[in-house]
Design a binder for this molecule. Structure first.
Ligand SMILES: [Zn+2]
Ligand SMILES: [Zn+2]
Length: 224
């Protein structure tokens, strides 16, 4: 694996941190209050405990990625620019497979027993904000990352650039869907769509299980 890959991956980690901070600041700022989908409710658990959970989940995710790079990076990720068609094809294929498996994973987590012991932690916050996007039981975080990295290994090898795009889309969509902001400009149409769909999921506990592509929910009758 190349040094450039790790530099760019570091840049994307920084970008994700900036995205979380910016969206969380905006949703709590009076200046953006008119764009809130919901008024953020008082926290279910106190901020220190929540911060600890989010921090540990981020560390856990980093460790899982580093272990993946160390053990499987050389066989799964190849260096160099693969050409536009390969780049788009690899990125879309991995994200589509990931999101399809994630759909069933997320749906299974809504089984009452799994909900009680695992996924319920994420739904404790009825209407989360970006900072709560990884407020999760660590088991849920491990499962989601295994699906993402498993899809990459199954369809790979993919180029390092494709993997960076996959990582960027995976992480920023998860942050965006929890932003609780709807921005009145056509440029944010996709952003707003994701936010509203995931808000419905948190509101109803039974629709919009897929994280990126709506058609998995459309195909299985859970789109709303
Ligand atoms: Zn859920
Ligand atoms: Zn959520």
């Amino acid at each position: 694996m190349t040094t450039m890959f790790f530099i760019l991956w570091g840049v994307l980690l920084g970008a994700a941190a900036v995205l979380v901070s910016t969206l969380d600041w905006a949703v709590h700022s009076p200046r953006f209050s008119q764009y809130r989908l919901r008024t953020p409710a008082a926290s279910y658990t106190g901020p220190p405990r929540k911060r600890l959970n989010v921090g540990l989940n981020n560390v856990l995710a980093l460790l899982i990625f580093i272990a993946f790079f160390y053990h499987f990076g050389a066989d799964t990720l190849y260096p160099g620019w693969p050409g536009t068609a390969h780049f788009v094809g690899e990125t879309l294929a991995v994200l589509l497979l990931y999101d399809c498996v994630y759909y069933f994973y997320h749906r299974a987590m809504h089984h009452p027993k799994v909900m009680k012991f695992v996924h319920g932690m994420h739904h404790k916050v009825r209407f989360p904000t970006a900072g709560e996007s990884v407020y999760l039981n660590p088991l849920e975080q491990i499962g989601a990352l295994l699906i993402l990295l498993g899809a990459t290994m199954l369809l790979g090898p993919v180029s390092e650039m494709s993997f960076l795009a996959i990582f960027f889309i995976y992480s920023s969509v998860n942050i965006i869907v929890h932003s609780n902001l709807v921005l009145p400009h056509p440029a944010f149409r996709l952003f707003n769509f994701w936010v509203q769909k995931h808000d419905t999921h948190h509101d109803t506990f039974r629709y919009n299980y897929a994280s990126i592509f709506p058609f998995w929910d459309q195909a299985f009758g859970t789109f709303k």
